[in-house]
Ligand binder design. Structure first.
Ligand SMILES: *Cc1c(COP(=O)(O)O)cnc(C)c1O
Length: 359
């Protein structure tokens, strides 16, 4: 069986070189005589793995020394609660509602503090990033939450909001390491690993040190940032194998020239597909303008039967997971870092062919 072109939104395709390296080291890692999965997280070999994962991540994202990197579990969804529980001081936070994940983040936060929804694009099925009106921002908000890239609807913040000192907390689950990012503009960045960083099971948090405070009363130990920060993400057993694959992904990315170079590839990939969609008489992108995501590209034909036929035939031809999210229908191509330019080119060729045959 050949490997397919996998356009899954998450968990997503990993670079083939990473999988091969993991395969090579599966039974015996270095001189350890065992698999990474079988190692104590406190062993010397593992310590080397987790330390170099963090060092590489800091290097690739250019993370300043006054930020901690935490390797946690529970997915981005656990961060929806952990963020308000730990950052709550004045008891309120601003949220921009740009999709289902933003809605979920806001709903979870509202259990712990007052959520001020400063803007929403709900009126047009989240197909754009709303203009922000700073007069609606709360100066005393504990933080300002955005979903940097909206995985389901295919939009992204192309500029960081100006919040006058209120720390920005951003969900980077589906765009981390896809384009250059100035970490100093954010107070906290979080991401589930399964889209652009590695396998499911690892959640990465980058947090400015001054935001690591006493959490609200009753916060579980495992939901306390300071506990994980003080223990080097080793308060309990971290997701050891997921962190090891994450390290291999970072090594792969560094060898490719880092974020600067992958950004160029990502822009070229997205342009190829958007240009095709904008010129097609059958397919149409659901998002237009500057807010278009580089990672998740939803599209439709406008005819449900034709959409279904396309999904079925593309799958048979080796292009899988192109069905759109159940909440929006149509199609979606997720083209994270591991998706090659050739993969997108092959998809576009298939779409051209499909269009010609189904006119
Ligand atoms: C996938 C995704 C989530 C959910 O992540 P889990 O790790 O499954 O909790 C949250 N936010 C965004 C933007 C996502 O893409």
């Amino acid at each position: 069986m050949n490997r397919v072109y996998n356009f899954s939104a998450g968990p997503s395709a990993l670079p083939e070189d990473v999988l091969k390296k993991a395969q090579e080291q599966m039974l015996c890692y270095g001189e350890s005589g065992m698999s990474v999965m079988e190692m104590s997280h406190r062993s010397k070999d593992y310590e080397e793995i987790i330390n170099s994962a963090e060092a590489l991540f800091r290097e690739l994202m250019n993370i300043p020394d006054n930020y901690k990197v935490l390797f946690l579990q529970g997915g981005a969804s656990s961060q929806f609660a952990m963020i308000p529980m730990n950052l709550c001081k004045n008891g309120k936070a601003d949220y921009v509602i740009t999709g289902m994940w933003a809605k979920k983040a806001a709903a979870e936060a509202s259990k712990y503090l007052t959520v001020n929804k400063v803007a929403s694009s709900d009126d047009k099925t989240f197909s754009y990033i709303p203009e922000l009106d700073a007069s609606k921002f709360d100066k005393d908000a504990d933080y300002f939450h955005i979903t940097q890239n909206n995985t389901i609807y295919g939009t992204r913040f192309s500029k960081v909001p100006e919040t006058n000192g209120v720390p920005i907390v951003a969900d980077f689950s589906s765009c981390i390491l896809s384009e250059e990012c100035d970490v100093t503009k954010y107070g906290l960045i979080y991401a589930g690993a399964q889209k652009n960083l590695g396998p499911a099971g690892l959640t990465v948090v980058i947090i400015r040190e001054d935001l690591i405070k006493e959490p609200i009363k009753g916060t579980p130990t495992m939901f306390t940032y300071s506990i994980h920060a003080d223990n080097g993400s080793m308060y309990n057993t971290p997701p050891t194998y997921a962190i090891y694959i994450f390290k291999l992904v970072l090594e792969w990315l560094k060898a490719k020239g880092g974020v600067k170079e992958i950004e160029k590839v990502n822009i070229a990939k997205a342009k190829l597909l958007y240009d095709f969609l904008d010129n097609s008489s059958m397919f149409k992108a659901t998002v237009s303008g500057a807010d278009r995501s580089l990672m998740n590209i939803p599209f439709i034909t406008g005819n449900d039967e034709l959409d279904a036929k396309f999904v079925k035939e593309s799958k048979a031809a080796g292009f899988v997971n192109l069905k759109g999210h159940r909440s929006v229908g149509g199609m979606r191509a997720s083209i994270y870092n591991a998706m090659t330019f050739e993969g997108v080119q092959a998809l576009v060729n298939f779409m051209k062919d499909f269009e010609a045959k189904n006119k």
